[in-house]
Each structure stands twice: as structure tokens, then as C-alpha cells.
Write a protein that binds this ligand. Sequence first.
Ligand SMILES: Cc1cc2nc3c(=O)[nH]c(=O)nc-3n(C[C@H](O)[C@H](O)[C@H](O)COP(=O)(O)O)c2cc1C
Length: 392
Amino acid sequence: MLQGRRVLLAVTGGVAAYKSAFLARRLVEAGAEVKVILTESAREFIGPQTFAAITGAQPHMSLFGEPSVSPHTDLARWCEVVIVAPATASTIGKVANGISSDLVSATLLSAGSPVLLAPAMHTEMWEHPATQRNIKTLESDGYLFIGPVAGALAGGDVGMGRVSEPDEIVEAIERILSPDESGLRVLVTAGGTREPLDPVRYLGNRSSVKMGHAIANEAALRGIRVTLVTASNMAAGPTVTVVAVETADEMAEAVFGEDIDVAIMAAAVADFQPSKSSEGKISRTDGLDSIELIPTPDVLASVVARDPKPFVVGFAAETGGVERAIEKALEKKVDLLVYNDITEPGSGFETDTNRVVLIDSKGTTDAWPLMSKQEVASLLLDRIATMMAARG
Ligand SMILES: Cc1cc2nc3c(=O)[nH]c(=O)nc-3n(C[C@H](O)[C@H](O)[C@H](O)COP(=O)(O)O)c2cc1C
């Protein structure tokens, strides 16, 4: 519930602006005090009167000519959370680059409270390197994101870029405003480790780290104390404690040093490493007949073997079918194994989406449909919470 909580809803200019009327309605129904700000473009899609009728107050629309002499700072100081829905590529770009040329962007730059952005745009705009660059910048500046998700877009198109549904946004705002008080310590591992052959070359894998980072960010969004041990330099949410590592040995050591109630082992840890790494670059003229490999530490097994045993979630990116993954879940004695077949389109490494099958400790499977990695992260955390609650 959001009884008496002060929520600032910023609406920018996309077709999904109509959904923000539903969002405003849901926020009011949840008991929030809602103020709305609209960009000039947003007003091409939805009129201020709609929001005035829903919230009981006229939306704010301009830096100049408002009753307040400084509406952006007043609004920024008033609210406990800002939600930008829909968030256009243009407004995302402005804020990522410190441009504050209208009321919405100036308010976002003034806000000291958490800012949640719900992007909505066509897939081409979402995938554009400039948009992705801006998202990364905002993430590392501490902005929070919900969505976008894959689905039907304006004009009959289908793809990534659909705004999250109002109810999901309200739930995210509730989580932001009422942090998790369980005190649980959650560890997430992410990324593909790199095992050096010499100072230049390494044995690695194609893990894009997106799944692990999505889980850590989603946990942080819920106010959970989360440590992310990651073999990448990708940014994480502001409240995530990040431990950067490179090799399987370093990952094992970092995990060993953590007190853990829940371990979500999404990293693709190398199974083998070169038996020795040359100090100098191995030259073509010196030649290299073969590389001797030795096993790396089994980080997952070391977590499962702890006493008391944390709740352990393993990940298996496989090509061998779900039967092999079920065997693995039972062998590894994890509480949950998240399996995905990396040969399937839209699944596995380097994609924004994933189709996973959850396998529990008895080998029971639950196949989820194709969805964004952020949605997988959210549903996975819900599932872990349900399973832990059932165990007491
Ligand atoms: C019909 C139509 C639909 C649009 N939908 C979107 C959209 O979903 N996402 C987006 O980023 N831009 C969209 N745009 C472009 C934005 O309206 C435009 O970039 C505008 O300058 C955004 O301004 P604002 O961020 O200040 O609201 C759309 C434009 C039109 C004409």
C-alpha cells in the first residue's frame, strides 16, 4: 500500500502515455498522493485534464509561468519517488547527458529521491547504441529501471520496447518505498570468468552477464541486501555491493568471504583453466604445441557444502536438453536449477530475453515462456521467496 506516500509521475511523449492514466489511477487507489508532470510531447498523446480528474490536481507542464517560481526544485523536494512512464528515448538521453531543458528533465536532475524509469519505444530505438549507452550511464548514476518488456508495440509491431504494465509499476514503487526488512543476505554471481594463458590471451566464454546483473538489480530494487560477484565491468544498481573478479579462482575466493542466506549462481564459471599462465606473451615463433588444462574450483559445490546451507540457485546453460539439466540439479543438490537451452532463439548468452525451465531439488520442472531477463529475474525472486516461506 502507498497510503500517504508522495509519488511524482512524469509522463513523456509516446503512445504508451495513455497507460499512465491507468497508472495514475492505480497509484491513487493505493492511497498515494500523486502529482503529474507532462512534457510538451506527452500532451500530444494525452490531455492534462485526464490526469487532473484522476489525481484531483492540475498537472505541471512548464518551467516557466507556474505558480511556483522554481517548479522543478519544488516538485523534486516534495516527492518520495519519481516514476517516469512512459520514458522516451529522448528524455532518457537528456537526463543521461545532464540536459535539463524542460520541466521533466529539470525535475529529474533535481531529484534526490529514487527515480524509476519505465522506457517505452520501438525496438529499433531501444536497441540503438545511443539508447543503450544512455541506459548504462543512468544505471551507474543510480537510476532504476522497470522494463521494457517484449510484446505488441504501436503500429502493429511486435518486439522489445513495450512499457511495463501499470500494476507492475505500482508494485515496483511499493517495493522501493518499503525496503525488505528480512535482513537476508543475497549473493549473486554473474559473468563469464577469464582464465589467462599469458598477459594478452585467455580462455573465456560467451556469457554476457545480463542475467546475473538483472537479478542483482531487481533484488536491490526490492530493498534486499545484495552482493554481486561479477566477472564484468558492467554497471550495477547503486545499492548493490559489487565485487569485481576475473578468474574462477578469484570468484571462488570472493564467494568464500561472503556470509550468505541465498546464493544465486548465475555466473558462467570456467570448468578448466590452463595449468600455467606465461608471464610474458607467448610468441608465434616460440610456438605452443598444446595447452594443459586443470579443473577450476567448483564454486557452486562449495556453496552447497556450507553448514548451514544457504538457499542455492544454480544456472545451467546447456545444449543437451532438459533431461541432462534434471540430472545436474539432482547431482549438484541445489534448491533450484535455472536451465536454458542456449541453442534456442532468444535464449541464453548475449540476448535481452530468456526462456528458462526451473528444476527443483526433486527434479520437478516448470517451463516459463520467453520473456525479458528482467522479468525472469523478478519472477525468480518471487519464486525463491515463496519456496523459502514454505520452508519457514
Ligand atoms: C506517433 C508517435 C509515437 C511515438 N512514440 C514514441 C515512443 O513510444 N517512445 C519514444 O521514445 N518516442 C516516441 N515518439 C517520439 C517522441 O514523441 C519524440 O522523441 C519527442 O521529442 C519526445 O519528447 P519528450 O521526451 O520530451 O516527451 C513518438 C512520436 C510519434 C509521432
